[in-house]
Design a protein around this ligand. Sequence first.
Ligand code: FMN
Length: 209
Amino acid sequence: MSVDLATEINLQDELILDPDAAAALFLEARTANSFAPDEISEATLQAVYTLTRMGPTAMNIQPLRITWVRSAEARERLVAHMNDGNKDKTLAAPMVALLSYDTDWHELLGSTAPHAAGMAPMFAENVEGRLAMAANNAHLQAGYFVVAARSAGLAAGPMTGFDNAGMDAEFNAGSTHKSFMVVNLGKPNGVIDRPRLHRLDFDVATATL
Ligand SMILES: Cc1cc2nc3c(=O)[nH]c(=O)nc-3n(C[C@H](O)[C@H](O)[C@H](O)COP(=O)(O)O)c2cc1C
């Protein structure tokens, strides 16, 4: 895989990833709207989750919950709640992950953060703070999820264009899970359907004090 590392620095000199890995995870990876038809195995999904869960979360709370929407029947139910522009590609994707966050992550503190288990009653009372932590940390985990999928040779198409309340009624009824993202997954098919959009320069997006 050729990698264009042209930048003001010699990027590769600064990385511990080899050029192919840097390309696959970041530099050449694109948000995918279509995929190769290959089925995605259960083992691949387990590999994606195994990497995803290692990314850091506040107090190690790990609020992300994933529903793998593989069957045609479940896919139809999911797509019914997607925005029109997201429907066809979601129906056609080899695998789809519905990402939710668990609002009641504090109930698992005994295993995820035994040192902080005593804070569970405080979080039980503090609903607003608990939901903010759930949403913030699950979105972080969604980022890890996309990079984990790429690490397993998959392309990812994250989307927030759907009816969250409808999706929750369909898939999360009776649970403490709230949907926040749908991610289409599949092997890359090499199709680039639009140019890469501009990424902000170092001087625009960062400041050194
Ligand atoms: C949180 C999030 C929500 C997104 N929602 C949608 C969506 O609803 N529909 C869609 O077509 N693309 C959606 N996208 C895709 C983005 O437009 C795309 O990732 C971005 O333009 C970067 O594209 P690139 O990875 O090919 O450079 C979403 C991406 C993210 C990360």
